[in-house]
Design a protein around this ligand. Structure first.
Ligand code: ADP
Ligand code: ZN
Length: 747
C-alpha cells in the first residue's frame, strides 16, 4: 500500500503538494514533521500538513527524500499555533512554519567533535634528530607538543603542518602521541551575567499580586493579566516567584524580553534561582549555540526559556506561563518577512492553546493592553511603588529654546543645568545615564553653499554621518559609503556642514567637557555582540564607567544602584513622525528612561531637555503622569477611530517602477467591494518612507470600527476575500503587495 502526505513549503503560495512516503520513513512521521522533498528543480524542506487517502494530483507523484528530524518536533498546540498564524496573518502555512521552525535548526544537530592530541612519554623522550631525518614535519610537530602536558586541539598545530591531523596520525602509529576525538558542547552560559543571588522578602503589595496570580494557576486554564508596575517595583521578582510555582506543577515557562541588552542581568537572576534549567534564546546566539540550545529544548532539558521575540516559538512541552516584559515595545513586532506577527498576539494565542497563564507586564503598557484591561480582557495587577521605599526621581524640565535665548548661545547640545548635574555626580562618584535616541554623528550632511544634502539614492532620506569609520550611512537600508573627499557633489563647494546630533557627536562633546570621565557609548553601532555588551554592563555595574550614553537601548531594564542621574538630551526625537503612535512612544521612552534613576537607596534625578515644552505629550511625560497621558491619548484615538478603538491593517504596494506601483494600487482600490458599515479605507497614498531600498511604496490603510466589528472578523474576512491570494506575490510589472495586520506603525 502506498502512503501519501501533503506538504506545505516555505513559499508565498497556499498550494500544497502531494508526495508518497517510502516505507522506511513511515513510522517516524506525523502532522508537523519536517521533510525534504523535490520541488521544481530543487530539494526543499517542507512540513507535513495532511495524510490524503489518495492524491488529487494526477501527474507523477514523487517520493519524499529525507526527514529533517527523526520525530515530529511540534506538539499539538504549537502546530495549532502555526495554523492560527497562517489564518490570522494571511500567510501560507509553509512560510509560518519557517518562522516557527527555522530550517537551520534540526534535532539531529550534534556539536562538532574536535581532534585532540597529547604527547606521551615515549614521544617526550624520542630523539628529534633521528625522527627529523625521515619525517621533518613530524619532528617539528612533536617538538611543539613537548610544550604541552595536556591535550590540545590538533588544529592549533596548523602553523607547523598543513595537514596536522595526518602528521599526528603518523606520530601515533609510532607510539609517540595520543589522539582522541572530543565533542565540544557549546557553552550556552557564556553570555549571561553570573548568577545574582538575593534575599527576597515580598512586600504586602507584591504578595497580593502573587496571591491573585496563584489563584489563577490552577486549574489548568488560560488566563491573561496586565501587570502594571512602576519601574523598580519588583516585576522581575514576581516573574521568578510565579515561575517557581509553574515549574512545581511540572510545566514550563517562557519569559520574553524586548531588548537583548538587558537579558544578561535578568538571566543572571533567573539562573541564581533555577540553575541550568534556564536557556537563553535570541538573535545574537552563534549558530552552534543556537542549534545546541534548540535541540536540548526539544529534548526537554530546559524548563525556562528567556529570550527575545522568536523565543515565543520555543518548542517547550507543557507550557504553563508566558511573560511578555515591557509588552509595549515595538521590537515585539516582526516587520519582515511575513508573517508580520506581533509577539503579544501570538503569546495570547499560544497561551490559550496550552491552557497557560499569560502576563503582559510593563511600567508603561501599550494603549492596547491598557484598554484591554479597562474592558476586562486582562485582569489588572498593579504595583504602584518602587521596592524598598525608593522614591521616584525628581524631574527637571529644561526648555531649550528659552535656555539658549537667555544664555545667548544657540545650538548648544547640553543645557547649563544638565552640565552642572553631570559635574556634581562625577564629583560624588555616582553614575549617569544619558539618552540620545539617534545614532551616528550627525543625521544631516549639508553643503552650506548650495544647501543640497547627501541623500540615500535608494531610500530618499538624509544620510547620517558617522565619524567612526568616516562614512555616510543610510539607517534604513544600511548603505554605507566612505567620505573620501569633502566636496559637495552638486556645486563642488568645500563648505560642508553637519546638522543634527547623534550619539557619536554627544560623545565628542562629553569627552571635551569632562576629560576625566570614564564614558561608554552603547548603540546599534557599538553593540556588536552580546558578550561585548555583557562586558560593558559588568564594567558599569562595578562602577568602572561613570557615564553610559546610548540610544533607546539603554532606557529599559537596567537596574544599577549607583545611577542617580538620567539626562534625556532631546526628548522630542520622534515626536513629529507622521504615525498615530508617535506620541505614545515618546511618552514611554521618557518614562522608562527616567525609571533608571534612583532605583535603590540613593535618590535620583532626571533632566529632560526639550524644544517643545508646551507639547502635551512632553508635558505629561515630564510630569511622569501616566494616567493623565493615557486618558488623553485614548480619547484622541477614540475620536479618530484609531486602535484600540478600531482594527487596522495596511496594504503596501512596492516596486521599482513608480507608475506600475501607482497603477496597481489604484486598481486594487477601485475594485474593492463588500464594504460594510464602519469600514474606513484610506488611500492609496505614498508611505511616509516613500522610497525604501530602491523601491517606491504606496499604501492603503483599512480601519474597522470595533463598535461595528467587535472581534475584527469582518475586516479579516474582507481582507481575505479581496487579497487572500495576491499577498506577497509579485505581478509581472514587479509590484509586490504586502499586508500588515495590526501594524505598529504606518510609515
Ligand atoms: P522592575 O522589573 O519592576 O523594574 P525589579 O524587579 O528590577 O523591578 O526590582 C527592582 C529592584 O528591587 C531589584 O534590584 C530587585 O531585585 C529588588 N527587589 C524587588 N522586590 C524585592 C523583594 N521583595 N526583596 C528584595 N529585593 C527586591
Ligand atoms: Zn537607504
Amino acid at each position: 500500500m502506498s502512503m501519501f502526505v501533503d506538504i506545505a513549503f516555505p513559499i508565498s503560495s497556499y498550494n500544497i503538494f502531494t508526495y508518497s512516503v517510502p516505507q522506511k520513513f513511515r513510522s517516524q512521521i506525523g502532522i508537523g514533521s519536517r521533510v525534504t522533498a523535490p520541488l521544481g528543480k530543487r530539494r526543499t524542506t517542507g512540513i507535513i500538513v495532511g495524510f490524503p487517502q489518495k492524491p488529487v494530483f494526477t501527474g507523477a507523484i514523487k517520493n519524499i527524500e529525507s526527514l529533517v528530524d527523526p520525530y515530529p518536533v511540534l506538539d499539538k498546540p504549537l502546530w495549532e499555533l502555526i495554523i492560527w498564524m497562517s489564518d490570522y496573518y494571511l500567510t501560507p502555512i509553509g512560510q509560518v512554519a519557517k518562522t516557527v521552525l527555522p530550517s537551520k535548526l534540526s534535532t539531529r544537530y550534534d556539536p562538532p567533535a574536535l581532534w585532540m592530541v597529547r604527547i606521551v612519554s615515549k614521544g617526550d623522550n624520542a630523539n628529534l634528530g633521528n625522527l627529523g631525518k625521515n619525517a621533518p614535519t613530524q619532528a617539528k610537530v612533536l617538538d611543539q607538543l613537548k610544550n604541552y602536558k595536556d591535550f590540545i586541539q590538533v588544529s592549533e598545530l596548523r602553523s607547523f603542518a598543513s595537514s596536522p591531523l595526518k602528521v599526528c596520525q603518523g606520530l601515533e602509529e609510532k607510539g609517540l602521541v595520543k589522539l582522541l576525538k572530543e565533542t565540544r558542547t557549546p557553552n550556552i552560559n557564556a553570555f549571561t551575567f553570573d548568577p545574582i543571588s538575593k534575599q527576597i522578602y515580598f512586600t504586602k503589595k507584591q504578595r497580593e499580586v502573587l496571591h491573585d496570580l496563584s489563584l489563577m494557576l490552577n486549574p489548568k486554564k488560560f488566563s491573561s493579566h496586565l501587570l502594571h508596575g512602576v519601574t523598580g517595583s519588583g516585576k522581575t521578582e514576581i516573574y521568578i516567584e510565579i515561575s517557581r510555582k509553574v515549574l512545581a506543577c511540572d510545566r514550563t515557562v517562557i519569559i520574553l524580553l524586548p531588548e537583548i541588552l538587558i537579558t544578561p542581568q535578568i538571566a543572571g537572576r533567573f539562573r541564581a534561582v533555577f540553575g541550568d534549567t534556564v536557556a537563553l534564546w535570541h538573535s545574537k546566539l552563534t549558530q552552534a549555540v543556537r542549534s545546541w540550545t534548540w535541540k536540548r529544548i526539544c529534548l526537554g532539558d530546559f524548563k525556562v526559556i528567556i529570550g527575545a521575540r522568536s523565543a515565543i516559538f520555543a518548542p517547550v512541552k507543557n507550557l504553563g506561563l508566558i511573560v511578555v516584559d515591557e509588552e509595549q515595545e515595538s521590537s515585539y513586532k516582526q516587520e519582515y518577512p511575513a508573517p508580520k506577527y506581533h509577539t503579544r498576539e501570538v503569546a495570547l494565542m499560544r497561551g490559550k492553546l496550552h491552557k497557560a497563564m499569560v502576563i503582559m507586564a510593563s511600567a508603561t503598557p501599550s494603549l492596547e493592553s491598557y484598554y484591554n484591561q479597562i474592558k476586562g480582557k486582562f485582569t489588572y495587577l498593579q504595583l504602584s511603588h518602587r521596592y524598598g521605599g525608593a522614591k521616584y526621581p525628581q524631574v527637571y524640565v529644561v526648555d531649550m529654546k528659552k535656555d539658549q535665548e537667555e544664555a545667548g548661545k544657540i545650538g548648544q547640545v547640553f543645557s547649563g543645568l544638565l552640565l552642572d548635574k553631570i559635574e556634581d555626580r562625577l564629583n560624588k562618584s555616582e553614575q549617569i545615564i544619558l539618552l540620545q535616541n539617534r545614532r551616528g554623528y550627525s543625521p544631516i550632511f549639508r553643503c552650506n553653499d548650495c544647501g543640497e544634502m547627501e541623500m540615500c539614492p535608494r531610500c530618499n532620506v538624509t544620510l547620517t554621518y558617522h565619524k567612526v569609520g568616516n562614512s555616510l550611512q543610510c539607517h534604513f537600508c544600511g548603505l554605507k559609503k566612505k567620505v573620501v573627499k569633502l566636496q559637495c557633489k552638486h556645486c563642488s563647494g568645500h563648505n560642508l556642514g553637519l546638522l543634527g546630533i547623534g550619539t557619536q557627536k554627544v560623545e565628542d562633546i562629553l569627552i571635551e567637557s569632562f576629560p576625566g570621565a570614564r564614558l561608554a557609548r552603547l548603540d546599534f553601532d557599538t553593540a556588536r555582540s552580546i558578550s561585548s555588551i555583557t562586558k560593558l554592563l559588568k564594567k558599569f555595574s562595578l562602577g568602572k564607567i561613570d557615564i553610559l550614553l546610548g540610544t533607546q537601548m539603554i532606557a529599559k531594564g537596567l537596574d544599577f544602584e549607583n545611577i542617580t542621574l538620567v539626562g534625556i538630551i532631546n526628548a522630542d526625537t520622534g515626536l513629529y513622525l507622521p504615525d498615530f503612535r508617535a506620541g505614545e512612544r515618546v511618552f514611554q521612552l521618557i518614562y522608562q528612561a527616567s525609571g533608571r534613576s534612583g532605583r535603590h537607596k540613593k535618590p535620583g534625578e532626571v533632566v529632560i531637555q526639550t524644544y517643545d515644552a508646551e507639547n502635551a505629550v512632553i508635558k505629561q511625560a515630564t510630569k511622569l503622569n501616566l494616567k493623565k497621558y493615557y486618558n488623553m491619548a485614548l480619547s484622541e484615538r477614540r475620536e479618530l477611530n484609531y486602535p484600540p478603538f478600531s482594527w487596522m491593517s495596511n496594504l503596501v504596494f512596492s516596486g521599482k517602477k513608480k507608475i506600475a506601483v501607482l497603477h496597481k494600487a489604484d486598481k486594487v482600490r477601485s475594485g474593492l467591494s463588500g464594504k460594510y458599515k464602519g469600514l474606513d479605507i484610506i488611500g492609496p497614498a505614498p508611505c511616509y518612507r516613500e522610497r525604501l531600498r530602491g523601491k517606491y511604496r504606496i499604501q492603503i490603510v483599512f480601519k474597522s470600527a470595533k463598535s461595528q466589528d467587535q472581534n475584527g472578523l469582518k475586516l479579516h474576512h474582507f481582507l481575505q476575500q479581496n487579497f487572500g491570494s495576491e499577498i506577497n506575490q509579485q505581478t509581472h510589472s514587479g509590484v509586490i503587495t504586502s499586508l500588515d495586520i495590526n501594524p505598529v506603525s504606518i510609515q
